[in-house]
Design a protein around this ligand. Structure first.
Ligand code: ADP
Ligand code: MG
Length: 499
């Protein structure tokens, strides 16, 4: 369904959605073997954007076999690291050259404001690809001394870091293009091959990226892209015996399923899962900055961010002021389609997600929480939910415990360092936290005690390609980005030589 309102997306984006989109297998764009398709949906209008091929088990099998052939093929495995780097840099240039189109597709498919799609999603992807390209030439092992050995014998020992092989990469719908890059770039940098499955809600930019990967000149089969539901396409991919490693970003529930399935054949697995990240505002903080920061921490991308600051803790003496400030910002946000001018907050990604978030809001009310602002669907068409702030939720309130993945904040007061350390850690998650304070002792004491993969101080949701990213506890397994991402896609081989 193409309507006049899509003019803001630009000609190139509209051209891309004018056709049914297919699967990328072994360098070819193909229909699903059984011809099945499903619809991409515009979350702002609930209308169909275009049809997408739905990969079944036969397609999964063909894609994994293509990735295996490409991995064993000397064209890829013996390619000079500098040439892999150049391919990734070429891809970055192509993504940059197609910024308008990719931002338009991302805004349409996810519902995010066009200007954010351009800066965060597309530009962030370009920077990420350029950063990761550099690692292709920096993979290194170590030389080691043998510790015991045998008398009168001499040894030489060293380690190699070698690509794991064929990786299955399953990504979520909140930052589709950026997540595709986070997964593909380090794997390709070290010489793995990949089968990528974007989330069924948001396939468009991954498919366009597939075209750009071909244009950049990656050999056929190095990257394969399959679209389809998690329960079928995703599950078939995870279970396929030809996969050496699974890299997954998504919900904790599915992450656990994937982890269990991976153990059947001891596939390597890395998981980037959910969160319930605390935002901690001390009375000494620059409050204007902290209030804006707390609002951004939860409302950015409609709260559909694994590191969303969904639990706000403000020191007792400033609690009322902080809550009123965040609520004022929530009320001022302009909701609309991502591609409409002036939109600050878009729709949620799907009807299912909207229902899930509205259900959490109802549960929060039923369990005694007080809605300071928001608390309902916005409008009758499109998956819009008002930015919502809760107070007075008990320590066991569902909205304080479970990841909502929507624009819903739960605010609570705290009294002391001990108090806030216990509150911050009173969760099964451990992805991130932010502390807003200028008191160095308070910040350092708390930073050490918080069980989370990232602690931000006087900022939130800042993710950098060079900084390790991942979760403590049920927020995941492994670290992405920086050198850690290289470790995720390589195996260590020990070489011991008697000389
Ligand atoms: P959400 O519930 O918010 O959609 P999911 O964790 O279900 O988050 O989705 C993240 C990714 O995992 C998506 O690409 C989805 O298709 C995929 N997925 C969902 N269920 C499974 C599964 N059982 N096996 C493999 N992949 C799955
Ligand atoms: Mg799901």
């Amino acid at each position: 369904m193409q309507t006049a309102q899509y003019s803001a997306l630009g000609e190139a984006a509209r051209r891309f959605i004018a056709e049914k989109r297919r699967l990328l297998i072994d360098g070819q764009w193909v229909d699903a073997a059984d011809g099945k398709t499903f619809a991409a949906i515009d979350p702002a209008t609930e209308g169909e954007i275009c049809q997408l091929a739905e990969a079944g088990p036969d397609d999964v099998d063909r894609a994994v076999k293509a990735a295996r052939r490409a991995f064993e093929d000397s064209k890829w495995s013996r390619m000079r690291p500098a040439d892999r780097e150049r391919l990734l840099l070429k891809l970055a240039d192509l993504v940059e050259a197609n910024t308008d189109q990719l931002a338009g597709l991302e805004s349409l498919d996810v519902g995010k404001p066009l200007f954010l799609a351009r800066i965060i999603d597309v530009h962030g992807t370009v920077e990420f690809l350029r950063y990761m390209a550099g690692w292709a030439t920096k993979v290194e092992g170590r030389t080691l001394d043998v510790s015991i050995g045998i008398p009168n014998a001499e040894f030489q020992a060293y380690t190699l870091r070698q690509p794991i092989g064929v990786v299955a990469q399953i990504i979520p719908w909140n930052f589709p293009l950026a997540m595709a890059a986070w997964k593909l770039a380090p794997a390709l940098a070290v010489g793995c091959t990949a089968v990528l499955k974007p989330a069924e809600q948001t396939c468009l930019t991954a498919l366009r990226l597939g075209e750009l990967i071909q244009e950049a000149g990656f050999p056929a089969g190095v990257v394969n892209i399959l679209t389809g539901p998690g329960e079928t396409t995703g599950a078939a991919l995870v279970a396929h015996p030809g996969i050496d490693k699974i890299a997954f970003t998504g919900s904790t529930g599915v992450g656990k399923l994937i982890g269990k399935s991976a153990m059947d054949s001891l596939k390597r697995v890395s998981l980037e899962l959910g969160g319930k990240s605390p935002v901690i505002i001390a009375a000494d903080a620059d409050l204007d900055q902290a209030i804006q920061g707390a609002a951004d921490a939860i409302f950015f991308n409609q709260g559909q961010v694994c590191t969303a600051g969904s639990r706000l803790y403000a020191e007792q003496s400033v609690f009322d002021r902080v809550v009123a400030g965040v609520a004022d910002i929530a009320k001022s946000l302009k909701l609309g389609a991502g591609y409409a001018p002036d939109t600050q907050l878009g729709p949620l990604v799907s009807g299912e997600q909207m229902e899930r978030v509205l259900h959490y809001i109802d549960t929060g009310r039923r369990e005694g929480g007080e809605v300071v602002t928001g608390g309902a669907r916005h409008g009758g068409q499109g998956y819009f939910v008002q930015p919502t702030v809760f107070t007075n939720c008990g320590p066991n309130a569902t909205v304080l415990r479970e990841e909502i993945f929507g624009p819903v904040l739960v605010a609570s007061p705290y009294r002391s360092v001990d108090d806030i350390a216990a509150l911050a850690n009173d969760t099964s998650y451990g992805l991130a936290a932010s502390i807003w304070s200028n008191n160095l002792s308070f910040v350092h004491r708390l930073t050490k005690r918080i069980k989370a993969g990232t602690v931000w101080v006087n900022c939130h949701n800042f993710v950098d390609p060079n900084l390790p990213f991942g979760g403590f506890k049920q927020s995941g397994l492994g670290r992405e980005n920086g050198r850690d991402a290289i470790d995720l896609y390589t195996e260590t081989k020990t070489v011991l030589m008697k000389i």
